[in-house]
Structures are given as structure tokens and as C-alpha cells.
Design a protein around this ligand. Sequence first.
Ligand code: SF4
Ligand code: SF4
Length: 426
Amino acid sequence: METNPNRCKRCGQCMSVCPVYQATFREADVARGKLALLDCAEAGAMTYSDRLKEILSRCLLCGACAQVCASSVDTTLMIQSGRRQLFEAEKGGKPQSALLRSLREGDLTAKVLLKGGALLQSLVCKKIPETSGLHLRFPLSFFIKRDAVPPIAWTPFLNDFRAEPAVKADSPRIGFFVGCGANYLFPGTAWALVRILKHLGATLVVPEDQVCCGLPAYVSGDTKTARRLAEQNIKVFESLELDAILTVCASCGSHLKALTSLFADNASSRDAAVSMTQKHADAMTFLLDQLGLEAHLKALEPGGTPNGTGPLRAAYHDPCHLRIGQGITQSPRRLLEATPGVQLVETSHPDRCCGHGGDFNLSHFSLSMKILDRRMEDFEKVKPDAIVTGCTGCLLQFSEGISRLGLADRVEVCHPLVLVEKAIAP
Ligand code: SF4
Ligand code: SF4
């Protein structure tokens, strides 16, 4: 990856938006501080050390700093490049399954055993391929710390899905890049998309041999693995003659959207990546803008409410990877407003980061919870029936958030498409 030619002018504008800095007020936690240290390392004034690695890991790669930077510094690219250099300086130490590492290191404590359900869930992780980013997220320590056990599906979506013949010969051919979060943790979101597309008469193509998008490998600095996964996905999807490739997870979507930057030094792979990127769309935007879902929902009988007891107050959260990564803020709101039986509720700071940030949630759990608690205060003020968002990382984080507040029985956490599906087929 190339580094950005623009240099940090130390103006401090990024301090006003950085969720990590706003939780710690440490200079090393904001982009300005990190870039200053990277400058020192580049100039040879300091070494690429474990301490620098720790500092660079204290970043959600949310992109908020790059968005406000008046000097147009691509801060996230630079932080990411620093992580890559550190990863390579460690002689490419292959990231092993965190679950297996925990087991080998004897991390099987009584506390884990007491959480029988969690242990069971963690063992289910063995069903997840080594290439999945979820292995970076679920060591046993992850299960010990959390209030809410991640809902790992007994049957992943890709194992369950069976292709059906096209409804109409001329219907659009829609590919579905499922992603690890929707496949293993929130298969209900994947099924919601399947049923909505079927309802709209589109032909759905879900290749079985798709793999993790590669984002977890990429953000940990392992560009080689990220490229390998991207090449596999490109190969799988390029032969299918699709009109579009949809994602339901903002994190996967933002990574697919930026796929070409992985192949800056390889023209043929870059061209293939461009083709995949051009076909990619977030499912919510595509359903509205290309398949007319909004009009369809508005024409539904008003009686079909998702919870059957009156309007469900749904508070929408803007995932960083959707708002900043893909520039999408209105599609989810349009969907919720058009869904019978759902009342869109706005919180203050709808764009405030939830603190998940992929493996940031794992390596800096306390800090991640501090950022989450701040966001949960916004939700508590509006007392929603559901917290609704378009990223499986945010869904996981808010599942933890409602559990910490003792609201798990009262507040649902789901993707907007799950509410749409309930309205279409109550
Ligand atoms: S906003 Fe940009 S130029 Fe200003 S301190 Fe942050 S990174 Fe540097
Ligand atoms: S990407 Fe987000 S978390 Fe990282 S330095 Fe920028 S604003 Fe802070």
C-alpha cells in the first residue's frame, strides 16, 4: 500500500471526533499522536517495537479523523501501513487461531467452565474455518469478559442455504457475499435478505466457496492473507455473470469497496478487483434504489406489524463502515420509515462509534466497553424497543450493551432487513 503524501499539520482537528481519544484523552490515542510516532519510526528516531504496535492497535480504524482532516491526510491508511510494517517486521508471524492458542496456553479456567453456554459456543468455533476473521475475535478470554455470549449459529447460513430456480427468466441475478458475521453469528440477517429478494422476484446466487472478506487480516497488518482471501472471493464471484453483489454487513461492504487498494502493484488482480467492487452494493441501498422495495413496503397492509402489538420503536445507529466507509446514511432510515409497524427513532449522536472495531473489541475490551457505554447512554434516553444497525460488528457490540444494562429481555438488536422481512411475511 502506498502512504499518503499529505502530512499532518498537528492542527488537532481529529481530537474532536476520535472515539478512542475522547475516552482516554491520551495524545498517543489520536491520529495526530500516532502519525507523529510513525514519522519518528520512519526517520529512524525510534524502532518498530511492541510499544508502537500497542499504540497503533488502539485505533478502531473508523475513519472519523480522515473525514475531518483539513490537510486531507489519509490517517487510516497511514495507521494501517504502520501495522503492516510491524507485522512484516515480526517476520510475518502467522496469526493462529486465537481459540486454539488460548486452549494451548491453558486458558480453560473455572470461570469459563461456569459459563457452560459460552464454552459450548466456543467449541462451536471449531466449525469455523481458519481463514475466518472470527478466529481473531473469539479466544476464550473473549467469552470470559463478556456479559452476552456471542450467538454462534449451530448451522451457519452457508451450510443451510439451498439455491432455488429463478422465478422469472429475466430477473436480475444477484450475488450475495455473506461475510462471517452474517454466516456464523446473525444468520437471521442473511435469511431476511434471501426472503426479501425472493419476494421481489430476484434470482439469488450464493456461492458456497466464498471466504472471509479479509478485513480482520488486513487491519491486523497481514496484507498477504488479506490478498489471498480477496483473490479467492474474486475468483468465485467473477464467473457467475452477476448484475450485483450484495453485502449485509457494513464492515465486509467497506472492505469490498476498497478492494482495489490491495492490488496497487498488480494490474491483472486490480482489474478483477475493480469488477467486483463495481458490482458491490450494500443490500439496503440496492433493494431501495434498484428493486423498488420502498414503494413495495408502503403498499403493504398497515396491519402487518413486526411485533404485533403496535409500532416498534427502532433506534437506528450509523455504523462507521457504512456512514464513512460507504457514504450511506439515508437508505436504512428510508427502509425503516417505509416498514409498516416500525417507528424510526433518532438518538442524539447517531453517528457516534459503538467501540467494536473488529479485534479492537478483543484486544482493548475495557476501552471498547467505555466507548460502548457512552453510546448506550444515547439509547437509554429514547427507550427504544429495538436498536437497529447495518453492521454485524455493531450488532455484536449492542448485544453486549443491552446485556450490561439488563435490557436483553426488553430490547431487540437487529439489522433493518430483519424488520423488513417480518413486515413482508409476518
Ligand atoms: S486533523 Fe489531520 S492535520 Fe490535523 S492533527 Fe489530525 S491528522 Fe493532523
Ligand atoms: S480511525 Fe477512528 S479511532 Fe483511529 S485515530 Fe482515527 S478517529 Fe481515532
